[in-house]
Design a protein around this ligand. Sequence first.
Ligand SMILES: [Zn+2]
Length: 474
Amino acid sequence: MDWDIVIGLEVHVQLNTETKAFCSCRVSYGDAPNTHVCPVCLAYPGALPVLNKAMVDSAVMLGLATRCRIRPYSTFARKNYFYPDLPKGYQISQYDDPICYEGHIDIAAGGKQKRIGLTRIHMEEDAGKSMHSEAGTRVDLNRCGTPLLEIVSEPDIASPEEAYQYLTTLKQIVRYTGISDCNMEEGSMRCDANISLKPEGQKAFGTRTELKNMNSFRNVERALKYEVSRQRKVLESGGNIIQQTLLWDERSGTTRSMRSKEESHDYRYFPEPDLSPVHIDKAWIEKISSTLPEMPEARKQRFMKDLRLSEEDASALTAEKETADYFEAVLKTFNAPRTVCNWVRNEILRIVSETGRSVRKVPVSAEALAELLVLLEKKEVTPQTAKLVLDEMASGGASAREIIEKKGLKPISDSGALESLIDRIFEANPELVRRFRDGETKLFGFFIGQVMRETKGQADPAATREIINQKLGK
Ligand SMILES: [Zn+2]
């Protein structure tokens, strides 16, 4: 039998606000345990939460970026459960009336675009962290109260590959808005997945399981693939799927049962009495809307249409906002999109991957690259030397002009110097000169190569070509 796969994803994104959701403790990562805590996030009796407006701004921002509707009044609720890293015994979250709802994200699926609905985006606070070691289990409450957005998709995702695409696209959008760095390793982006199978074409959903503990997009995809085949085997042998929460074990590549799946009534949600409802008026939404950057898909389309870049180039340049910003900053001084695209893709992104830095932290600013490209266009440096100059700029921070001057990297176009060099090369290779004269024209490239080698790429290519042609009587 053929089966339809039904996947819904719940993604938590940790916001990069200065302070926590309901107190003025700093949001931090990697600091000494329990150094960013106060009576509110430690749940001392009588301490009262105060809403951080920056969290609401971020929620509206992401809601607008994902075409959600923004709810004018939304409230907070308590989600009750016990765990040692949750001192209050409940998490402040949203339940009935999340701040954003009915949005969507378009993803690439099988060469086409597919729209994945978003059920909701709501605000909540993070719990602390239990640290297990041989000495026992200890708790770090620095993370308690860190603002989160939970983004819940509709069950529109029809394969593990689509789940991967959805996560990649969502991460790209979130990073464009600047509200989170979405670093899965540091836990600032986390994903849980609901998955079920149903006979092909059947309307009613099958029983679903929930997958947790996946720390990369690839692992989400792998875990879903594993779960698809596990559920298929159970169903095809006449068994029933048990609704439960499963933990993905990366090392064995399998899942194991964590607990039977809880329902929302298990959490005994009730309205948070210590926080008033959030009222968002039109002016507030408009203000945030005016700061919303152009989204990756729109920017990609613009690069293709207005700058005549290929889809592949446009995708590569818009994958990260920083890269696209850098590219456009270079264009301000040196308006040749294809040339700049090649330099950014081949050279700047190479430096990024070699140094592990982000585009913003590469020591070659957009203005500095533009200066180099202007010099190249004016033939004040040869293409080969220009790449060496760029590497020099990346390691030292000096400008292109300074490096060219200081290291004597100007092109050699002095015909006297080039002529004597070419004579020497011919003298050293009489046999090849003879073969060239006998019609083996592909040896031309060999002679050019020799000149470039001798001059470390500084020979002016046009002048070199002309002199060789003259001397070989062509
Ligand atoms: Zn606090």
